[in-house]
Design a protein around this ligand. Structure first.
Ligand code: GLU
Length: 306
């Protein structure tokens, strides 16, 4: 399958898909499910399967986890196009996108620390005022910094106060005109499928460049899907809601929108989604204990193909 788009001849516009793990732990059976679904899709449609290493969190990413990703995927019988895109090598691409959003005046430097936001939330709760939370349960960022003057911002920056760049969600949505949709041919957590109305407001002013890293998950994933010309994003349903933010960024930056297929997650015996911190459900440790490729494919809820 290591063909390029130019040589893929099964259909005129061959699809491109990607598996995009973060090398901050060992892959588990849920990752195997996602990787296999992507790889099989590319194979069945004469498309290209790309591997992307999402290592923007340079403090947590480790080379040994990246090697383990390659090893586990090869052991599962998967191959991928090269070169592999490593996000930490492309910060300039994300910075260019941020500059464009700065030019459009849609982002602002946000100075409040996580604990200052938590204090704000507590104060509001004590006063009986509900504080909005994003779909992951994190409190929305208070809007204070939005209204700082350029002079006040510059002074804080000159004083060395750390800051992240956040999207001014209200302003971004004000300029939108029409609502945004995406094409979902998998299903969200509630079985949502078809033409899905994006709801980026549910996330509040999301971070687009962190204090310590010149990008964020939302920014990097959106830019990379465009640069890598991904046509079909196949990933776990835990990222269904995040798609609203990705659609908005695509719109603001004039990027194409891929189709999305969110798939169900592999759950443990207690019904919880698998976690990288639990070594026991990692592909590597299951292999060590003698699991076969067929065992892992079955645990991933997929049928073995011969
Ligand atoms: N890097 C993300 C993860 O490991 C996946 C990103 C995506 O598929 O959009 O969960």
């Amino acid at each position: 399958m290591q063909q390029t788009k130019a040589t893929a001849n099964t259909c005129l516009h061959a699809p491109s898909v990607r598996f995009a793990p973060s090398p901050n732990g060992l892959l588990h059976v849920g990752h195997a499910r996602s990787a296999l679904l992507n790889w099989r899709f590319a194979r069945d449609h004469g498309g290209e399967f790309l591997l992307r290493i999402e290592d923007i969190d340079t403090a947590r990413a480790r080379p040994e986890f990246e090697s383990a990703i390659f090893e586990d995927l090869a052991w599962l019988g998967l191959d991928w196009s090269i070169p592999v895109r490593r996000q930490s090598e492309h910060f300039a691409d994300y910075e260019a996108a941020l500059s464009e959003l700065r030019r459009l005046d849609l982002v602002y430097p946000a100075f409040l620390s996580r604990s200052e936001v938590a204090d704000r939330l507590r104060t509001a709760e004590i006063a009986g005022k509900p504080w909005p939370r994003d779909p992951d349960g994190a409190p929305h960022y208070p809007g204070d910094d939005r209204t700082l003057t350029t002079q006040q911002r510059n002074r804080r920056i000159a004083d060395g106060k750390p800051y992240a760049w956040r999207l001014d969600m209200r302003k971004a949505l004000d300029g939108l005109g029409e609502p945004l949709f995406w094409d979902e041919y998998g299903a969200g957590p509630q079985g949502e499928t078809g033409r899905i109305a994006a709801d980026p407001a549910a996330w509040g002013d999301v971070v687009l460049a962190r204090r310590d890293v010149p990008t964020s998950y939302h920014m990097a994933v959106t830019i990379d899907d465009a640069i890598q010309e991904i046509t079909d994003v196949i990933r776990g349903e835990d990222l269904f809601e995040a798609t609203s933010v990705h659609r908005l960024l695509q719109h603001l930056l004039g990027l194409p929108a891929p189709r999305y297929r969110h798939h169900g997650l592999v759950l443990d015996k207690t019904g919880r989604k698998l976690s990288k911190s639990n070594r026991a459900t990692s592909i590597a440790s299951l292999r060590e204990q003698g699991a076969t490729r067929a065992d892992i494919i079955a645990m991933a809820g997929l049928r073995l193909e011969t």
